[in-house]
Structure formats: C-alpha cells, structure tokens
Design a protein around this ligand. Structure first.
Ligand code: NAP
Length: 250
C-alpha cells in the first residue's frame, strides 16, 4: 500500500541522505511534493540522488559533527529553496563495539555524530524557524529501538539514541510556543549499510530468527508515520516517540 501526504509547499532538510533510510526519506518527501535539501558528507552520492529526484532536490555537503557545516548547510538549503520548515535529523553511525574494548575516540565519534549532531541540526532548524516565523515547523529525529532496549555491543550507539529521544522531548517543550513540533521515530532493524555486515554473520542471522516475525523491516515501514509527522496534520503531536519495529522488541 502506498501512503501519501500533501507536503507541497514544504522545504525539508534531511541529514544522512546519501544512503539507506535518509536517501529513502529524500525520495519519499519529494514524491509527496516537498522540496528536499539532501545533506551528508559524500557529495557524489547526494548529487546522484538529487539528479534522480530532479529540480526539487539539492545536494548539500555537510558533516553534522561540525556546527559550521550545519549552519552552512542550512544557508545552502535556504539559498536553493527559501526557509526550511521540515527537518529529518537522520545522520548516524553504528558505533559498534563492546564497552570494555571500544576506543575512547570511537565513543566520542558516535556521540558527536548521533547525539550532538542531531541536537545541533534540530537547534539550527529551530533558530531559523523562529527568526523567520515559519508556521508549522516540523522536526523529526531518527532514534532507534536501542534507545529503550539493552543492546550489548552497542553501548555508545544506544546511549546516543536514548539521548536523542530525551533531547527531542526537551526541545519540543522549548519550542512548543513557536509552533515547532519535535518528534522521534525509533525504527527496528532494517538492512542498510549501517548493519549489512552484521546481518550476514551467524549471530546476526540468529538475531533475526529471534524476532517474532523472523525478519528485518523494510524502509517503507516508516513511511506513514514519517509523512504524518512532517505534515500539517500532526499539529497536536509533539514530544512523542513512535516505535516502528515490526514487533522486534516484543
Ligand atoms: P546508513 O545507510 O549507513 O546511512 C547513514 C547516513 O548517515 C549516511 O547517509 C551517512 O552519509 C550519514 N552520516 C554519517 N555520519 C555523518 C556525518 N558526520 N555527517 C553527516 N552525515 C553523516 O544507515 P541507515 O540505516 O540509513 O541510518 C540512518 C539513521 O537511521 C541512523 O541515525 C541510524 O542510527 C538510524 N537507524 C537505523 C536502523 C537500521 O536498522 N538501519 C534502525 C534504527 C535507527 P555520509 O557517510 O555520506 O556522511
């Protein structure tokens, strides 16, 4: 079933759009009428996706671990399409490693991209939405079921995602009077570049076999809630988390 929403007139900035879920979100929002600014570090991949989508897409090189890049990314998005009213803070890395073995730098890198980067992206969006009196601002942050589930081997990652959920709730409260809604989606496991290697291993296959439906999710399992949260229809939804996991945590 194809779920649709009217996002015409909206301008969205999507981080982590060079791959996996972010590229899927870019295509999805554009197909539903939004102009999309596609952000990530690998510009060649963003250029290819923007070329595929057409004139309503722009490729923007940005590293969300660097605030200057985020500011420049929003500047570029505004130069291309005008004020941004919709943001998907999706960029992330896996930050895998057992807690006792993970180098300090890897813990820092995971938190810098997944948590600090998501907060900096959301707050740059909010600063501009407030300054430009954008009506119906929408910020959706991509967390994970690991925000709620003990996740051995993903200590830094799961902590970063729990941080995203709580940061989103706090930001939702800070910006509620400006009409900016901030929500999180916590997806279950979907095969992308972030976990491809793992799910090809024997322990990875066993993990899938333990899920109630014995399968991974597909990216389009997120489409309906994501489109809703980006739309005017989500006026009364802020500070909420949507666990979309095909029952993987049951
Ligand atoms: P992916 O295919 O590896 O995509 C990750 C994206 O993040 C890439 O576009 C990457 O682009 C970007 N990125 C990484 N570091 C960045 C940085 N410093 N600055 C800007 N962009 C950066 O993985 P994915 O599964 O689509 O992941 C997308 C989000 O969904 C992540 O936040 C992930 O934690 C979350 N998630 C995924 C799953 C799953 O099972 N797949 C489940 C729950 C949550 P560049 O390398 O080009 O910068």
């Amino acid at each position: 079933m194809i779920i649709t929403a009217d996002l015409s007139g909206r301008t969205a900035l999507i981080t982590g759009a060079s791959s996996g879920l972010g590229a899927h979100f870019g295509r999805l929002l554009a197909a539903n009428g939004a102009r999309v600014a596609l952000g990530a570090r690998r510009k060649d991949r963003l250029d290819a996706l923007a070329g595929e989508i057409g004139d309503q897409a722009a490729a923007i090189a940005m590293d969300v671990a660097r605030e200057a890049d985020i500011v420049a990314g929003f500047d570029a998005a505004e130069a291309a399409f005008g004020p941004v009213d919709t943001v998907i803070a999706n960029a992330g890395i896996d930050g895998a490693g057992m807690a006792t073995e993970m180098p300090e730098e890897e813990i820092e890198r995971t938190l810098a991209i997944n948590l600090k980067g998501a907060i900096l992206t959301a707050r740059e969006a909010a600063k501009r939405m407030i300054a430009r009196a954008v009506p119906n601002g929408r910020i959706v942050m991509i967390a994970s079921i690991t925000a709620f589930e003990p996740s051995p081997g993903l200590v830094a990652y799961s902590a970063s995602k729990a941080g995203v959920v709580q940061a989103a709730r706090s930001m939702a409260r800070e910006w509620a009077r400006h009409g900016i809604n901030v929500n999180t989606i916590s997806p279950g496991y979907i095969r992308t570049a972030i976990n491809d290697d793992w799910f090809d291993t024997e322990p990875g296959r066993k993990q899938i076999a333990r899920f109630p439906k014995r399968r991974l999710m597909e990216p389009d399992g997120l489409d309906g809630p994501l489109l809703f949260l980006c739309s005017d229809a989500a006026e009364f939804v802020t500070g909420a988390d949507f666990v979309l996991d095909d029952g993987q945590t049951l």
